[in-house]
Ligand binder design. Structure first.
Ligand code: NAI
Length: 648
């Protein structure tokens, strides 16, 4: 094969059949990203091929990390005036338009991730083949950054698979695997690795017409039917985001409905989105997430193969299920066999939901081994304790465990409130105990606090961070201190909400105020979910020097413990709080609720529970769901200050 053009980010070769092969290999980066430079070079490749037309063009990545990870998102953060936003959209739109109009057949051979601008590039090719490996994932995740797929995705995807499925993918940002990509019609076919080049050659030379949505799906793309689809879609968006915090999903629908997906025809929307505070804050959240991921990734550590969990309750059972789901062998110990059986039942439901394939579900179930006598301890790489929150019981257990542990095994506790220093007293080597604090519900909450003391050895901390990363969670290093970061910050926020109830404001109004601010759930519904007895105990510990709210004491006295007893601040039916409608929120109520949360976050940074403001913001966003579009509590406070400078 002849190499005919070598650029910084591409190699163009020609084979003996006259096919051009474009290998993407972005310089100085482990992943391919479509920065301005890369797009410019792609333009040069297209120009070059016009001088000597190939029989076909096959575009592939030569990076092991995947096809293309998307645009270079840092270019969005520097869009400080309108022209730059317009120029960025125009650049990609026009280039992919040229790719789509080429007179010879083009094919994207997709192996690994193919995201955002990467998928838009693939959509501009005549054909797409997906390589059948687990890493192959296709998505248009722009909406998660508060922007839209403006390089042709909004036009081409609906034409390819119909607007319903296309809007669903663009509005959720969800990724699909190779199998689903073919089923939906995003890709033409799925191919095994060993045949991928042969299949690419056959396909690009096949002369088959390009795929398009047909029948009803095509009909829904017609200009006269689009408003109907748009109306239904907007209804669903408004249900999910009733306080209209996010503009990007609405903009996607509008650009598709009114302009057939061509964002250049809606310059005002490009300007609004690219320069919006929401988009900038979501970009910040993306970077915070990357930072947490890198804490787990940074230290190459051998994967954990066997975890032993003691305590098969709400937490231990669900952590065991998560480990087995992620391919780890788990032995699950409890003094009560019934708890182990119940955990297995919940695990089966999780595996079925997540894995779908019955063979994979069976294999995951086989990895979760009941072990009432604790035979797994001497073999485990991680021994995680999740028994009742009682320091004496925990200490007694560690004293039994310590002599059985493997030399480098991690000994961890899921305690949510007990200081490590107190729990480790019974150990010969107290410094080997570390906290790995999961949140409830385990499968859904992205954050895990990794709790250390000043004595914790670095290799132990690194191993714990890597383990959390292996489980697909975000590790946040925190110092052992009451409530660590997340619970310490939630406690005064919940306390303030209950003070409002004592003052006569209705729970539904208080929760609405928090939701209008952008919290995923109001503080009183959250207390009902956690349990009022727990809130009482935690409050006494984490909001010292303040009186227990009367409403809380009264409910607990009446055994109104929240969701678990069917009544708390709300009546609960079938797992749902029966909320009366709240109509208006008094001025300043949202700020009143959020202020103690912000102050406690600041205090936790000051006393060194987390290393810096960004990590604190990351912890609160991923540990509580704090309005991501506000960029975190401390960032929000800074922005508020900047928009309301003190008057002199
Ligand atoms: P749970 O009460 O649901 O389960 C505890 C389990 O431990 C029970 O099945 C019990 O039979 C078993 N157990 C007790 N002593 C034992 C022993 N010596 N040996 C073997 N098994 C024993 O408790 P949950 O809620 O799962 O909490 C467990 C730990 O996780 C606690 O430290 C708690 O603070 C922490 N945590 C709880 C959260 C929650 O939302 N429930 C959230 C984060 C942490």
């Amino acid at each position: 094969m002849n190499q005919e053009l070598t650029l910084a980010n591409f190699v163009l070769r020609r084979d003996e059949q006259g096919l051009a092969w474009l290998d993407i290999d972005c310089a100085l980066s482990a992943v391919n990203r479509l920065s301005a430079d890369v797009l410019q070079e792609l333009g040069l490749v297209i120009d070059h091929l016009a001088t000597q037309t190939p029989k076909g063009l096959i575009i592939q990545s030569v990076k092991p990390s995947g096809f293309i990870a998307g645009a270079d998102i840092d270019e969005f953060s520097s869009l400080d005036h309108t022209e730059k936003g317009q120029a960025l959209v125009t650049r990609g739109w026009q280039l992919f338009q040229r790719l789509a109009n080429l007179p010879y057949p083009t094919l994207a051979l997709i192996r690994g991730h193919c995201l955002g601008g990467g998928l838009e590039l693939a959509l501009a090719c005549r054909y797409r083949l997906v390589v059948d490996v687990p890493d192959t994932r296709l998505a248009l995740p722009e909406v998660m950054l508060g922007i839209f797929p403006g390089w042709g995705g909004m036009a081409r995807l609906p034409r390819l698979i119909g607007p319903i499925a296309a809007l669903d993918l663009m509005l959720s940002g969800r990724s699909i695997d190779a199998h689903r990509a073919v089923k939906l019609g995003v890709a033409d076919a799925k191919v095994p690795v060993r045949l991928m080049h042969k299949a690419a050659i056959e396909h690009v030379l096949s002369g088959r017409p390009a795929r398009r949505a047909t029948g009803f799906k095509a009909l829904l793309n017609q200009a006269w039917l689009r408003p109907l689809v748009a109306k239904q879609t907007l209804k669903a968006i408004n249900q999910r985001d009733p306080h209209q915090h996010y503009q990007a999903p609405r903009a996607i629908v509008e650009v598709w409905e009114k302009h057939g997906g061509n964002a250049l025809k809606a310059p005002e929307l490009i300007e609004q989105l690219t320069r919006s505070e929401v988009a900038q804050n979501l970009l910040r959240v993306f970077h915070l997430q990357e930072r947490l991921k890198s804490i787990g990734k940074r230290n190459s550590h051998p994967d954990v193969r066997h975890v032993h969990i003691i305590g098969a309750g709400v937490m231990g059972g669900d952590i065991a299920a998560l480990c087995a789901l992620r391919g780890i062998t788990v032995t699950l110990q409890d003094q009560n066999r019934q708890s182990i059986a119940q955990s297995q039942g919940r695990a089966a439901a999780l595996f079925t939901r997540r894995l779908k394939d019955p063979i994979a579900v069976r294999a995951a179930l086989d990895r979760l081994i009941p072990d009432p006598e604790g035979k797994g301890v001497p073999r485990a790489d991680v021994v995680l304790e999740a028994i009742v929150e009682n320091a004496e019981a925990k200490r007694a257990l560690y004293a039994q465990l310590e002599p059985q542990l493997k030399e480098h095994a991690i000994l961890a506790t899921n305690t949510s409130s007990l200081p490590l220093e107190e729990l480790s007293l019974a150990l010969q080597r107290p410094e080997r105990l570390i906290g790995i604090h999961f949140f409830n519900p385990v499968a859904r909450m992205p954050l895990v606090e990794v709790v250390e003391t000043l004595e914790s050895p670095l290799p132990l901390k690194q191993a714990a961070w890597a383990f959390v990363h292996q489980l697909g969670k975000l590790p946040l290093p925190v110092q052992s201190s009451p409530g660590f970061l997340v619970n310490a910050v939630l406690a005064p926020y919940m306390h303030e909400a209950m003070k409002c109830v004592d003052e006569g404001i209705s729970p539904a109004t208080i929760d609405l105020a928090a939701e209008q601010f952008g919290m995923p759930m109001g503080p009183l519904e959250l207390i009902d979910t956690v349990g009022l007895d727990i809130a009482l105990a935690v409050g006494q510990q984490l909001v010292p020097n303040s009186l227990t709210p009367q409403c809380l004491q009264q409910h607990v006295d009446k055994q109104h413990l929240g969701r678990k007893s069917g009544q708390g601040f709300y009546v609960w039916k079938q797992g749902k709080a029966q909320k009366p409608k709240a109509h208006s929120v008094p001025h300043g109520l949202s700020e009143r609720l959020i202020t103690p949360l912000i102050h406690r976050t600041l205090a936790q940074v000051r006393i060194g529970v987390v290393a810096d403001d960004d990590l604190a913001d990351a912890g609160i966003i991923f540990g509580t769901g704090f309005a991501p579009f506000r960029g975190g509590p401390l960032h929000y406070k800074t922005q508020l200050k900047a928009s309301n400078p003190p008057k002199h």
